[in-house]
Design a binder for this molecule. Structure first.
Ligand code: UDP
Length: 455
């Protein structure tokens, strides 16, 4: 009955067009659609990505594509500096977003609110202009959101900018972080970085509400601090992807041989390795990972995304000795159906860059992690995985083959690894329970739907 009452009420959702942000926004769209809302997705057509895959997989949504307003010259910089691009996006997309919002609001009086990615802070002023309530989706963890909010303090206390000589020091105000766990971004434009973060925090605090892809039992302490520091309605309704069976919002085509190959492997024997959709690594690190995997003697499924290795097309730099050594034991793909991979019984451990989605997906499937963070919130997530939830181990001191081999052996064979796996199974159980009737995310979703219905 309640859901019937929402029929025709339409929500506008505006994701940041990067894979790790599109996935949770579309999962959220599915969740809210299942509660009776109609959904319109506004996609900024940028970064040379195609939205065709997404449109085909979500026939129940209406899509509008707008220009991001960024020139080809500026776009060419994405490979070297995603952060500068995000800053440009917040500046150049404004007229295009304003135009589509005006058209949509004029033609449909059933539009209830806008839900935009927290990084797209410019959407606040545009939504205000049309008197449209704006909720924010934070696609990352609460733990890292609080670190972003603390950047002025971290700068004041001289923790930032990072100093090579102090990396191991503890950040006393933010345990258990060390200086080297603070979000690190490789950008040639530090001012732009701070502006994007400052805008994100300011306009999130000024929003009508904050939706989180997280759950109370995972980030209890961070959540109470968040509620204190961000006095707006807060809805932790994650893990989003567990509300439904996997539905793909992948911008790249997923190599299904990943699954048929896993089918041939014994339970819990395979190491899965992926660095997500944005991170890039140096050739030397790539080769160290390769030899670490080879020397571990475990079977592995490795996602080597074209563009992952700086200065190389794909896997052409792998030496023939390596390929001979791992023949039949290793499977390398350009992009995998990751949720299905992590859910596969053959997977025993996940070497991950600790993007928030990958971290949550691993927790939901109970797969222990070997953390190899590269930049941004990944450093914070990795520290939480290894030192707060203790469901993984972080590779310290760089990507060296012996470290990688030892970490794999520890996780797969030793007592410490056994304890990590036990804690991971307990956390997986909590992730399951929070979505059941009476669970924290289940109840939070009820609050969210009635809150949105009240607009
Ligand atoms: N992903 C995937 N196939 C791959 C690698 C990653 O489908 O081969 C998905 C993964 O399941 C996750 C997203 O891409 O949902 C990556 O998001 P995450 O936050 O982990 O990292 P990011 O790409 O933003 O760095």
């Amino acid at each position: 009955m309640e859901e019937q009452g929402r029929k025709g009420r339409r929500l506008l959702l505006f994701p940041l067009p990067l894979q790790g942000h599109i996935n949770p926004m579309l999962q959220l769209a599915n969740i809210l659609h299942s509660k009776g809302f109609s959904i319109t997705i506004i996609l900024a057509d940028n970064f040379n990505t195609s939205s065709n895959n997404i449109r085909a997989n979500y026939p129940h949504f209406t899509f509008h594509t707008i220009s991001d307003g960024i020139s080809e010259d500026e776009k060419a910089k994405i490979d070297i500096d995603v952060l500068s691009l995000l800053s440009l996006f917040n500046e150049k997309c404004v007229p295009h977003f304003r135009k589509v919002l005006r058209e949509l609001v004029l033609e449909d009086s059933n539009i209830v609110c806008l839900i935009s990615d927290s990084i797209l802070h410019f959407t606040k002023a545009v939504a205000d202009r049309f008197k449209l309530p704006r909720l924010v989706l934070r696609t990352g963890g609460v733990c890292s959101l609080l670190i972003f909010a603390a950047i002025p303090l971290l700068r004041n206390k001289a923790y930032l900018p990072l100093q090579e000589s102090r990396l191991e020091e503890a950040v006393e105000e933010l345990p258990p972080l060390r200086i080297k766990d603070l979000p690190l971004f490789k950008t040639c434009n530090v001012d732009a970085l701070y502006q994007v973060i400052e805008g994100m925090i300011r306009e999130t605090k000024a929003s009508s509400g904050l939706i989180l892809n997280s759950f109370e039992q995972l980030e209890q302490f961070s959540m109470s601090k968040l509620r204190h520091d961000f006095p707006i309605p807060i809805f932790p309704i994650g893990p989003f992807h567990s509300h439904f069976p996997a539905s793909s919002s992948s911008l790249m085509s997923q190599d299904q041989t990943s699954i048929s190959w896993l089918d041939t492997r014994p339970p819990k024997s395979v190491i899965y390795i992926s660095f997500g959709s944005v991170a890039a690594i140096e050739v030397n690190d790539f080769l160290e990972i390769a030899w670490g995997l080879a020397n571990s003697n475990y079977p592995f499924l490795w996602v080597v995304r074209p563009g992952l290795i700086c200065g190389s097309e794909w896997i052409e730099l792998l030496p023939s000795e390596f390929l001979e050594r791992v023949d039949g034991r290793g499977h390398i793909v350009k992009w995998a159906p990751q949720q299905q991979v992590l859910a596969h019984p053959a997977v025993g451990a996940f070497c991950t860059h600790n993007g928030w989605n990958s971290t949550l997906e691993s927790i939901c499937e109970g797969v222990p992690m070997i953390c190899m963070p590269c930049f941004g919130d990944q450093m914070v997530n990795a520290r939480y995985v290894s030192h707060v939830w203790k469901v993984g181990v972080q590779l310290e001191n760089g990507l060296k083959r012996t470290n990688i081999e030892n970490a794999i052996r520890m996780l797969m064979e030793e007592e410490e690894g056994k304890q990590i796996k036990e804690r991971m199974l307990e956390l997986k159980e909590k992730a399951n329970l929070c979505l059941k009737p009476g669970g924290s995310s289940y109840e939070s979703l009820r609050s969210l739907t009635s809150y949105i219905s009240s607009f």
